[in-house]
Design a protein around this ligand. Structure first.
Ligand code: ATP
Ligand code: MG
Length: 562
């Protein structure tokens, strides 16, 4: 399966799927199931958005309907074209294809304006000219009903004239707003004459300077859904209190369809922040190098980190769709990634912290090419050619002069197997003036390629290695979780205090198998005994290879937090 094929299997709980299935079974829903993913183009998509994407596209897929991509662009000051481009790239990368061309709420500004006129003509909306402080006071609070604005009793004719003036730019920002006339005493604050249109003298990325009034999210969203024929408008729980308003607009407007809003619990992940405001702060204050830094939980960040679309989709499906906000352990996401990469990533060897080994009985200048499997269980992945030479490197941590039985690596006087190659025995150590080991002299046993040594005793350990002379040098970025605590900001004044200072360690001069250097960017591999890595999407070249750690082979955090 290519990473762009989606294979959605309905394994997790999804109460919305159950509702729709029941609607279809009872004949309450006929025709296509139409959904939409409605990002605001004011930042990059993150792992939380992936959940929403999987839910919306997944439901459409499951019921053989379709899903659109609609930019919710009613906030011109905060929105940018580059976010529009990036969001499309990320949705495609996750493996989804929207129906038709991309849509914008701004495509419907003219219709929305007519809808506003419709409300005014029916006495259901009025132009208010209270200052924002006054409006706040009139609004009341949870315990106090609001009071009617003196402008609430304006006639439709007066309101039409005033609204035209708003559109014509005759009001400054904050001087006038169009409000729905609902109920200033409503228990649900969203129904206390919510604002439908605001004055904003801002250039819009789609509509330029055509408008100086912009519809509110609540006014634009449901009506855009109706115009597009969306049947199931799925959003997160914080919009549950907006549903009565969503329905009120649909009831009071001549919309072509009656979409229904459904809310599900947001995906929150431990050790992770998924608020765009917080992510933006990490960038602005230089804690990370932009939205697509591999430490970021953005889709472009975790893509650079080596996460696979399939793993993210599997994770979202497993998490399920629930009626309450929940916290999911980030280990579950990492597990999904490990699982996918374990099955699909070819194996390779990389020595991150090289210690020179001289094979004293191996002829200088000779190169023996050893063929190793590309993957232990996969015959479809091509074999690798590993040059073995007199001088090789192993990890510093894989040699000790003396050790107890638990240390199953190379010890002076003892044997170990070189992964994919021969058994060697350490005879001698060379140290520098500081007493540090700089070289180990070993003998290799030429009869042990795929065979036990003559004494029949299997060496306890297997260690990875790379030829010192016939290898490529790489920069390896070892990434760890961006935050060191499961709920950043819970026990600190400021969430940035919880950043993990060890989230990035850069290893220069790592030795990699020569066959790895020409890998194309975004090639994923398992460095045997270390973890999963990916050739950096932007920085990797055959001349200067750069690999990012996706995830370690094992979860080193397990047990660290209660
Ligand atoms: P933020 O709060 O970070 O600014 P947002 O919800 O305002 O995010 P939008 O661009 O409006 O960002 O989100 C697009 C869609 O993604 C919305 O339907 C929203 O409900 C959904 N979404 C955003 N975050 C999550 C999350 N953590 N889990 C599930 N769905 C999410
Ligand atoms: Mg939003």
């Amino acid at each position: 399966m290519s990473e762009h094929d989606t294979q959605l299997t309905a394994t997790g709980n999804n109460f919305i799927r159950d509702i729709i299935a029941a609607q279809i079974a009872h004949g309450e829903h006929t025709g296509d199931v139409v959904t939409r993913f409605p990002p605001e183009p004011n930042g990059f998509l993150h792992i939380g958005h992936a959940q929403s994407i999987c839910v919306n596209f997944g439901l459409a897929d499951y019921f053989d309907g379709f899903c659109r991509l609609r930019f919710d662009d009613t906030n011109p000051e905060k929105e940018e074209q580059r976010y529009i481009d990036q969001i499309q790239e990320d949705v495609h990368w996750l493996g989804f294809e929207w129906e038709g061309s991309i849509r914008f709420s701004s495509d419907y500004f003219e219709t929305l304006y007519e809808y506003a006129l419709h409300l005014i003509e029916n006495g259901d909306a009025y132009v208010d000219e209270l200052s924002s402080e006054q409006a706040r006071a009139y609004r009341g609070d949870w315990n106090t009903p609001g009071t009617n604005s003196p402008y609430r009793s304006r006639t439709p004719a007066e309101n039409l004239e005033r609204f035209e003036m708003m559109r014509a730019g005759q009001f400054g920002e904050g001087q006038a707003a169009l409000r729905a006339k609902i109920d200033m005493a409503a228990g649900n604050m969203n129904l206390r004459d919510p604002i439908i249109y605001r004055v904003r003298h801002a250039t819009h990325h789609q509509t330029g300077d055509r408008w100086c009034i912009y519809p509110s999210y609540d006014f634009a969203h449901g009506q855009s859904d109706a115009i597009e024929g969306v049947t199931h408008s799925i959003c997160t729980l914080e919009f549950a209190d907006h549903r009565p308003l969503y329905d009120w607009f649909i009831d009071h407007l001549p919309v072509p369809a009656r979409p229904v809003q459904y809310e599900f619990g947001r995906l929150n992940i431990s050790f992770t922040v998924t608020s765009k405001r917080r992510l933006r702060r990490l960038i602005d204050e230089g804690f990370v190098n932009g939205w697509d830094d591999p430490r970021m939980p953005t889709l472009s960040g975790i893509r650079r980190r080596g996460y696979t679309p399939a793993a993210i989709r599997d994770f979202c499906e497993a998490v399920g769709v629930t009626r309450t906000d929940g916290m999911v352990d980030v280990a579950q996401l990492e597990h999904a990634v490990r699982d996918d990469l374990n099955k699909n990533a070819p194996r390779a060897m990389c020595v991150m912290d090289p210690l020179k080994i001289v094979l004293t009985n191996f002829a200088a200048g000779e190169v023996e090419t050893i063929t190793a499997r590309g993957h232990p269980d996969r015959d479809d992945l091509p074999p690798r050619q590993l040059p073995l030479t007199r001088e090789i490197v192993i990890e510093h941590a894989d040699f000790r002069e003396s050790a107890n039985k638990k240390y199953k690596r190379l010890v002076l006087g003892k044997k170990v197997r070189l992964r994919n190659a021969y058994v060697i025995q350490a005879d001698d150590v060379v140290k520098n003036d500081a007493g540090e080991i700089i070289e180990v002299h070993c003998r290799y046993d030429p009869d042990t390629l795929g065979e036990l040594p003559a004494d029949g005793v299997k060496p306890k350990g297997v260690i990875h290695w790379v030829s010192a002379s016939h290898s490529a040098r790489a920069t390896v970025r070892e990434y760890d979780r961006l935050f060191a605590t499961d709920k950043p900001g819970r026990d600190t004044e400021d969430f940035v205090e919880d950043l993990n200072p060890n989230a990035l360690t850069i290893h220069h001069n790592c030795h990699i198998e020569p066959g790895l250097a020409p890998a194309v960017p975004e090639t994923r591999v398992q460095f045997e005994r270390i973890g999963y890595f990916v050739a950096d999407r932007y920085d990797h070249t055959p001349e200067a290879p750069v690999f990012n750690q996706t995830v370690a082979l094992r979860d080193s955090w397990a047990g660290k937090t209660a």
